[in-house]
Ligand binder design. Sequence first.
Ligand SMILES: Cc1cc2nc3c(=O)[nH]c(=O)nc-3n(C[C@H](O)[C@H](O)[C@H](O)COP(=O)(O)O)c2cc1C
Length: 496
Amino acid sequence: MDSAKALEFHELTKHSYFSVRTGFHRLDWTNKPHPFKTYLDTPKIPLPKDIPKPEKPVFASFTPPTGSKMALDMKTLASILFFTGGITRAVKYFDGVHYFRAAPATGALYPIELYVVAGDVEGLSPGVYHFDPKTFSLNVLRRGDYRSFLARYSHPSVSESSAAVVFTSIPWRNAWKYRERSYRHWFWDSGVMVANMFACCNAFGLKSFFAAGFVDEKVNDLVGVDGVKEAAIIVASIGSSEKTPETVETVEPINPATLPLSRRETRYPAVEEIHKASSLKSVDELAEWRRAAENPLAETATQVSVEGLPLWEVILRRGSTRKFSRTSIGLDAFMSLCRTASVNVPTDFGSYTAYFIIVNAVENTAPGAYRYSGGQLVPLKKGEFRRISGFLCLEQELGEDGSAVFFIMTPLMEILGKMGNRGYRVAQLDGGIKAGLLYLASYGLGIGATGLTFYDDDVTQFFSLGSSGMENVIVVAVGNPAYRARPGGMFLGIDE
Ligand SMILES: Cc1cc2nc3c(=O)[nH]c(=O)nc-3n(C[C@H](O)[C@H](O)[C@H](O)COP(=O)(O)O)c2cc1C
């Protein structure tokens, strides 16, 4: 399969000491894109506010229910949407109130939107809905059961689910700050949300499945987006349904009016090109891709030696640590974080990531570089690497001060060789999911965490991965915060 565009894009968007010094980009704050999608004349259904909380301890929430046939009701659906993409904090800044959400997002720009394709949800008529986290309501886009259409053009699990959720990305929201590299962020920012959604479904005893393979144009048509200014990137299936959906072969075009995000938008051709090149154009292409992508996950149950806090509390407490104290974290806690490497999130691509770690301050562990693989922590080189870990993370203090810095790596060449350009999305998404699990695990243990960006080639060089085809996808630094962070809350509808 062709992967030339993906390779070209990957090289083009690498950060280096020189690229960040030569590629100056001034942010136009007066043109910052609005973080919420506002429909102008679409009917709205308020979501219930008395929603159940995912009470299960966080580590138990990493294991999917076995043989679950549980259906979904509207309150549980509302809870899953809230704990995946809802508002958990409101913070006043010089330019107004900023709303932070259940999952982290690069630059707090929130490019990801969620659409529910409901078929068999108790209390909610079948239909296609947009989730609006601000008003905590659903915008009605289509009425009727579209699961069979979506299943045909994405994954068969959709037709047996109670509802599917389509994740989309609005490129301009993130490209405003990060330009071409923002394409990677589409998958980082959705991947961390997938981690939350997966854990919530497990906590409620519901099945979930996440597909990166689908016929792009058809899924975009279903949710009424054009594939350029907003594009579908993941299809999730939630819950089980015995009601076989009627066959729907085609969908009427819809183009609901929405408010512009900002006065003007800059287009980034490199982003549009890689997205187009990684699109699947027909059911035949999809079937071929799925066969190539198939990668059955090893049947390794995550060994849980700790339980952690209840999932809902973890998600409300979560907030990226802004300053680490440089104190040590415990070895048990650290090993529990390492074990998130083998959490099996059900996807149509399996998982490829490996953890390379710089240990700065972990009890009873020599500072140095390690690889966590096959359940073992393997020392690579001993030494005090705080300055280096800070440098590798784009010279950010957070990378220097963290107790352990997780470099989430992927065999990019192997993935692209199997899956072509579409594999680029998978590589980034797989990393995003692992980053999301690391965030949840850290806060579940009372430790802080933050995602970090990085100097691509310096990272692979530091870990001596030169010709291995391994590439870094995301960094997560963990450690004890240097301040007392207040937990967030549940903002179920904001009036302004
Ligand atoms: C994949 C990823 C990469 C990130 N990279 C950085 C970074 O390089 N530097 C930084 O200070 N924060 C980084 N963040 C943290 C975001 O800025 C943060 O998630 C956002 O401001 C929202 O705040 P919250 O996580 O506290 O809810 C990253 C987050 C993610 C998910």
